[in-house]
Design a protein around this ligand. Structure first.
Ligand code: CP
Length: 341
């Protein structure tokens, strides 16, 4: 568990970090640096408590707008994605480059020796010996945890199957905090593929540390997994489940939309039955009388579940959400690598 610790006296590395990021709150920086000593990997949002989550967001705030720093000069980020990605892969790269570091991209797995039958473990072991920190995305749940055990460098989970996507959760929390003014006392609705969406699983777990009400909206076959609902019950989180967005839209402060994840369905017929189960569009928001302050989020990519007639309304924050991937990943890379300086 990543906890908050008391702010120490100003450290040399803290000074270096402060100068590089051009911020002058010494207590904050030293405090964040000490936090970084405890951050060895980023595998699951379950490894963070409320203070641990908030400290990452603080660090992201400090990193915001840091486009030309040499903080991570001489360090290499390895990117090993065995599943497609646009935002996560590119924003990790941009975050590293903007902090003066370099990026080594594993590239298309079909061009690697995985094709010759090399094991994933040997591949990770080899790849990790060429970099200082690595981020991995893989369709199998648990692969990031395995990578952390064999890599010998800090590992960041960029999505493991339907399980977790913790860096997405940090940027989701950051977006909610910035656009709603905080993370408590919110009614947050999740709609769509709640069964397979790792972003939903990670975010719901993270929000369980805050004083929010959660609403899960999906067809029966795409309901949130039982283990997640049990966790929420154990933590006495207020939640409810609905089939139709019309039943709850007017209540919400945040609506978190998700794509129906075609690639995770074992049964093609089942996918065909639910693939167009809902579509959030401007007229629906008007008909339901949503709050003026409603924020609509989506981890993206979207297919047809979120109409583009919402893009230019004040509700839409999903492209801002994608941009927030940069300061969040800058924060995480800095915290993980400061440990090694
Ligand atoms: N949100 C997200 O993970 O997007 P990508 O799949 O494009 O990385």
């Amino acid at each position: 568990m990543n906890h908050v610790v008391p702010a120490p006296a100003q450290s040399t590395v803290g000074r270096k970090l402060r100068t590089s990021l051009n911020i002058y709150d010494t207590e904050l920086i030293d405090f964040l640096f000490i936090m970084s000593k405890k951050l060895e990997n980023v595998i699951s949002i379950r490894d963070f408590d409320r203070d641990g989550l908030l400290s990452i967001l603080e660090m992201a705030r400090a990193a915001e707008g840091t486009n030309n720093s040499d903080l991570l000069k001489g360090h290499v980020l390895g990117i090993m994605f065995i599943e497609p990605s646009t935002r996560t892969r590119l924003s990790f790269g941009a975050a590293m480059v903007r902090l003066g570091g370099e990026v080594l991209d594993f590239g298309d797995p079909s061009r690697s020796s995985l094709q010759k039958g090399e094991s994933l473990a040997d591949t990770i072991k080899t790849f990790s010996s060429y970099c200082d920190v690595m981020t991995i995305r893989h369709p199998l749940e648990g692969v990031a945890r395995l990578a952390a055990q064999i890599a010998g460098i800090p590992v960041i989970n960029a999505g493991d199957g339907a399980n977790q996507h913790p860096t997405q959760t940090f940027l989701d929390l950051y977006t909610i905090q910035k656009t709603c003014g905080g993370l408590d006392n919110l009614k947050v609705g999740f709609i769509g593929d709640l069964r397979y969406s790792r972003t939903v699983h990670s975010l719901a777990e993270a929000l369980s540390w805050f004083d929010d009400e959660l609403y899960f909206i999906s067809p029966e076959v795409l309901k949130a997994p039982g283990y997640l609902l049990e966790e929420l019950e154990e933590k006495e989180v207020a939640y409810d489940q609905f089939n139709s967005p019309e039943d709850v839209l007017s209540e919400l402060d945040v609506l978190y939309c998700t794509r129906i994840q075609e690639e995770r369905f074992a049964d093609r017929l089942e996918y065909e039955q639910v693939k167009s189960c809902y579509r959030i569009r401007k007229s629906l928001l008007e008909e339901c009388g949503v709050k003026q302050s409603l924020k609509i989020m989506h981890p993206l990519p979207r297919v047809d579940e979120l109409a583009d007639d919402i893009d230019n309304t004040p509700y839409a924050v999903y492209f801002q959400q994608a941009r927030n991937g940069i300061p969040i990943r800058q924060a995480l890379l800095s915290m993980l690598l400061q440990k090694n300086i």
